[in-house]
Design a binder for this molecule. Sequence first.
Ligand SMILES: Cc1cc2nc3c(=O)[nH]c(=O)nc-3n(C[C@H](O)[C@H](O)[C@H](O)COP(=O)(O)OP(=O)(O)OC[C@H]3O[C@@H](n4cnc5c(N)ncnc54)[C@H](O)[C@@H]3O)c2cc1C
Length: 402
Amino acid sequence: MDLLRLGLNGKKALPRMWRAPDLKDRYEVVIVGGGVHGLATAYYLARDHGITDVAVLEKSYIGAGGSGRNTTIIRSNYLTPEGVRFYDESVRLYEQLTQDLNFNLMFSQRGHMTLAHNDSAVRTMRWRAEVNQLQGVDSRLITPDEIVKLCPELDLSDHPRFPILAALYHPPGGVIRHDAVVWGYARGADRHGVHIHQKTEVTGIDVAGGKVVGVRTNRGAIKTGTVLNATAGWATLISDMAGVRLPIVTHPLQACVSEPLKPFLNVVIVSGSLHVYISQSDRGELVMGAGIDPYPSYSMDSTLGFLELLPCLARVKIMRQWAGLCDMTPDFSPIMGFTPVEGFLVDVGWGTYGFKAGPVSGKRMAELIATRRTPDLIAPFRLSRFEEGRLVGEKGAASVGQ
Ligand SMILES: Cc1cc2nc3c(=O)[nH]c(=O)nc-3n(C[C@H](O)[C@H](O)[C@H](O)COP(=O)(O)OP(=O)(O)OC[C@H]3O[C@@H](n4cnc5c(N)ncnc54)[C@H](O)[C@@H]3O)c2cc1C
């Protein structure tokens, strides 16, 4: 409707999505990182809790990190009850988000299918289906006769190198337009009074008497009592500035898209054994990815060594490929909440799977900041779980399939 109104009014330029305000020398809350997590937290802080004196500091442009580089898969068919409950709330928020933000996010719940190529994978899929169903999530084990209906192009013959014995099918899973999610949250936060500062790099965090008192940036110092580290692949660099050590190692993750093809793939397909996944975008491009590169690095160069294709795609041309940084934790679950430094909070450890969690972690981290109480839903993901020995092991469901 806005577009139609603008067209009829004869205006040439669309209004700016968000302002470029002056950087103040004091904010109630400073969020480091202009990805989906930082922006969603800012949005819910302002909308749900009336905390609008918030700055989002982004060293590059918003969405420059994983939020603009991911392969857009949304799902909640995880392995642990804690994980399933958490990601399920995010899927539900995503279902309402286009309306909430009044911005078309092109969320397509086309179904997500994880293939099992051997008996142990079938056992894990059955286990995941049981856990999912107990949490009320639509997810079940399906056999080749159903798989072939969902994707006739899959090689289900009796002599493939990786036979397909079964699959975990998750109908609510799907894909979304990642840039739109970032822009929608940024516009929503801005309209509620949040300041978004691009090209603003945090270079230091000031701590006095065990409390955060400010941050330093390339554009000057800011006083604040609350800093949220939402920098994903750069998370340890920011936490080190506050003297907080995180059990996180940064690895590159690569992906690519093919030339556009006629629509033929109406489900997201994942193979844990082959470490690959594939979906088809609305423009017809095949979006493909793999597991993390096995070496720690801050490089975002591509190597192309990760490509694995369906047999029928052997002659399809690759159009673009890229990489992003993933902040991997030992248990493949995120770290959210308080740290030993008062006022220094983290929303990190998003690895290869954090885009889908943007809405729920934004909403719950905003609640934590506003109330200073940890919501039950995110309590299992506290930093102290590593010294308590209470890990939330999601490797079996989070490593590929994003
Ligand atoms: C190739 C690839 C595919 C993926 N596919 C999926 C998927 O299908 N589904 C899914 O759920 N997840 C996926 N992920 C993971 C997902 O993209 C990330 O977990 C998620 O986007 C993290 O969001 P974020 O907001 O926490 O961080 P980011 O989006 O990475 O934002 C962090 C921001 O912090 C900024 N920053 C860093 N240092 C500073 C500083 N000193 N000062 C100011 N700003 C700073 C960075 O510039 C960056 O913009 C994928 C990741 C990659 C790389």
